[in-house]
Design a binder for this molecule. Structure first.
Ligand code: PRP
Ligand code: ZN
Length: 284
């Protein structure tokens, strides 16, 4: 039995999806030009599909799970469950208008034409804001629509913002924020669930490792307690005596979010020779 996983064939999420599998220790013979590939060391089969089609395939049970953007999940509104945020593919779905347009509020959109590949989400947004506008659904290259006179505004994914910039557009409203998520068919068999749980365990370990750093430092013994107090550690920090009397080596794990703040405090408390090392996997 293999779990069938759908990922994007090419585009923004493809490389990071493959990278996540690799970090989970899952080797797939890279088959960008193929429709599917089997992992050699994990019971998973990978289907390469258009991201927009992934929710449908997962709902139909052609694939059991998928890595796809939340934006696509909301737009397609299929019977699938979001199981895990994957931490990559971060972007936002935004409204953009010509750079020189005067845009004061959403009222600008009233009676205008909006080009988008996200008609469901945009309709919802307009309804919530009581705006009557015309939606032009197009499936690709939405950003060129204003330039060729097809629309007054667009609603599309913005990641770095360079696509908008290069097309003379500016972002004026953010409708939703998105990142890659793992979705599943709601009716998986017991054996498939077992494989999914194994995969989730690996994904969570990789994600935790990315958010944390291993820190080693030298501490004067008289300040040891203060320094230990600053460090969370997985249980508590490891403390080893140094060859030089009066000093100890302290090892711990720090979360990325409060990393710099803690490092500063450690220095103030007399810590020296601070080494920061990336963590590959973190099992807690
Ligand atoms: C989005 C969007 C833009 C690009 C924006 O496409 O349609 O083309 O990303 O990125 P930027 O702000 O970094 O320039 P997406 O990857 O969602 O793929 P698809 O529409 O081709 O499925
Ligand atoms: Zn797409």
């Amino acid at each position: 039995m293999r779990l069938r996983l759908a990922i994007q064939k090419s585009g923004r999420l493809h490389d990071d999806s493959i990278k996540l599998l690799k970090e989970c220790g899952i080797d797939i013979s890279n088959g960008v030009n193929k429709l599917k590939a089997e992992a050699s060391n994990f019971p998973v089969e990978v289907f390469f599909l258009r991201d927009d089609d992934i929710p449908q395939y997962v709902e139909d049970g052609v694939a059991d799970i998928g890595f796809v953007g939340e934006n696509v999940v909301y737009e397609k509104n299929k019977e699938v469950e979001v199981v895990e945020m994957l931490g990559y593919g971060k972007c936002r779905l935004s409204i953009a208008v010509g750079r020189n347009e005067r845009y004061d509020s959403v009222q600008y959109l009233s009676k205008r034409r909006i080009a988008t590949s996200y008609p469901v989400i945009v309709t919802d947004f307009l309804k919530k804001n009581n705006i009557d506008a015309e939606i032009h659904e197009i499936s690709g290259s939405v950003e060129i629509a204003p330039g060729i006179g097809l629309a007054d505004a667009i609603c599309d994914i913005v990641s770095s913002g360079s696509t908008l910039f290069m097309n003379g557009l500016k972002e004026v409203e953010t409708i939703l924020k998105s990142e890659a998520v793992l979705i599943r068919n709601p009716l998986l068999k017991e054996e498939q669930l077992k494989i999914l749980n194994k995969l989730l365990f690996r994904i969570q370990s990789v994600k935790k490792a990315k958010n944390n750093k291993y820190v080693l430092l030298n501490a004067p013994n008289e300040n040891l307690e203060e320094i230990i107090g600053l460090l969370p550690g997985m249980k508590s920090p490891t403390v080893l005596p140094l060859a030089q009397a009066g000093w100890s080596s302290v090892h711990s794990v720090l979360n990325e979010n409060d990393f710099w703040e803690i490092i500063e405090k450690l220095k103030e408390a007399g810590a020296q020779g601070i080494l920061v090392v990336p963590i590959e996997k973190m099992i807690v």
